[in-house]
Design a protein around this ligand. Structure first.
Ligand code: GLV
Ligand code: MN
Ligand code: MN
Ligand code: MN
Length: 397
């Protein structure tokens, strides 16, 4: 198992940040997609790219009511080796194991790689699965822009896709019967349960918001304090407000992981500051309450400094409860593994709105994710492959 992940170790390694930076349709991502195509083809799977840039590898003929497994290959900036690739590599190894057991699926079966799951380049997470499911407006998606000013339309065109065809994919949706995603756990739930593998029960309601504070660019030395309209002041207030608002709501989380002052000179009062807020909670009323509280405080702080603020909701998804029957079927096939919730978003969470969907988690001894310390032991990865092969055999027999 780790053998296959090791094969990816050189792709998108980011010595400056540590870990990996692999973003939708960038050079590293294209290399990983080629690697997947080669690996799947070598296994006799038939690979094609859908209209939204997701890769499908069919074992046998494509058809309706298909059982599909897979994950993503892109990462957050400076991410770990397992978030995404573990699910893809495990899917390929599950195919090997099923074959070694003399098994051939009795119904359509595919391994999928979803595009730009993390939103590390264009800001919206689960972009490939959202486009496929039709939960994002394709015009808005085409206009999404990366930090270098490249639009999604331009990026997919450069990757050989037709940007005009982005959007809800009736053909792919029509074939999907059930979806199972294996993923490294992104907390310590399985460590605490002393279990190598578990099934997911739910995903927190979560979203991303971009606040733009606009003030007046000026000189750091020549501008008296009383004459300033410094957008960094409300931006800093937002960071503190996020922590306080999340703390006030049971189980809520609020994070500012990205803050970009423009122009970003150490002796320059910024003219604008963009602040990205990631907020999550058990349900939509709680998530909205956290974001509303933060927005109110940020708006007051902006007015106090003579600044303007605009807020853009970049993505939002309600709480996901995975299909209970499918979850129980997986847990049963695996001899009764534990079910646990997660605070992390997944393509499986998007697909759960369209078809019965389930997830398998593999124990992460560090409990750390979206950082280089993310880990899974080879023995647990092997247990994940065995579990996935067991479940897929059950579902496709
Ligand atoms: C993606 O992994 C997310 O939960 O942000
Ligand atoms: Mn992730
Ligand atoms: Mn992931
Ligand atoms: Mn994710």
């Amino acid at each position: 198992m780790t053998g296959s992940l090791d094969a990816l170790a050189g792709v998108g390694a980011d010595p400056r940040r540590g870990g990996y930076s692999r973003h939708g349709f960038d050079r590293a991502d294209l290399e990983l997609r080629e690697w997947f195509t080669e690996q799947a083809t070598r296994r006799g799977l038939d690979v094609h790219t859908d209209r939204n840039g997701n890769l499908w590898a069919w074992w046998g003929a494509p058809g309706p009511d298909a059982v599909v497994t897979g994950s993503h290959l892109d990462s957050v900036p400076g991410g770990g080796a397992f978030d995404g690739p573990l699910g893809v590599v495990s899917a390929l190894e599950a195919v090997d194991l099923m074959r070694a057991n003399g098994f051939t699926p009795g119904r359509p079966f595919a391994v999928v790689v979803f595009a730009e799951e993390e939103g590390g380049r264009f800001g919206v997470p689960c972009l490939g699965s959202r486009l496929l499911a039709g939960t994002i407006d394709p015009d808005a998606a085409r206009r999404l822009t990366d930090p270098d000013g490249v639009t999604l339309a331009e990026a997919v065109a450069a990757a050989g896709l037709d940007p005009a065809r982005l959007g809800r994919d009736e053909q792919a949706l029509g074939r999907l019967g059930r979806f199972v995603e294996l993923h490294v756990e992104q907390g310590k739930g399985l460590v605490d349960l002393a279990a190598p593998v578990g099934v997911a029960s739910s995903i927190l309601a979560h979203g991303r918001w971009r606040f733009r504070f606009t003030g007046e660019g000026n000189h750091a030395g020549a501008t008296p304090i009383g004459d300033r309209r410094d957008p960094m002041l409300p931006a800093a207030a937002l960071v503190g407000a996020a922590r306080r608002a999340a703390r006030a709501v049971d189980g809520a989380r609020a994070t500012v992981g990205r803050l970009v002052p423009n122009p970003g000179g150490s002796n320059v009062i910024a003219s604008t500051v963009d602040v990205w807020l990631d907020a999550r909670a058990a349900d939509t009323p709680r998530a909205r309450a956290v974001v509303d509280e933060i927005t109110a405080l940020a708006t007051t702080a902006a007015a106090d400094e003579g600044c303007e603020v605009t807020v853009t909701e970049e993505s939002y998804g309600d709480t996901v409860y995975f299909d209970p029957a499918l979850r129980d079927r997986l847990a049963g096939a695996l001899g009764g593994v534990p079910a646990l919730p997660t605070g992390a978003g997944h393509d499986a969470g998007i697909l759960a709105g369209a078809v019965p969907t389930a997830m398998l988690f593999v124990r992460n001894p560090t409990g750390v994710s979206h950082a280089p310390a993310e880990h899974a032991e080879p023995r647990d990865c092997a247990a994940g492959v065995t579990a996935l092969a067991t479940v897929l055999t059950d579902l496709t027999a």
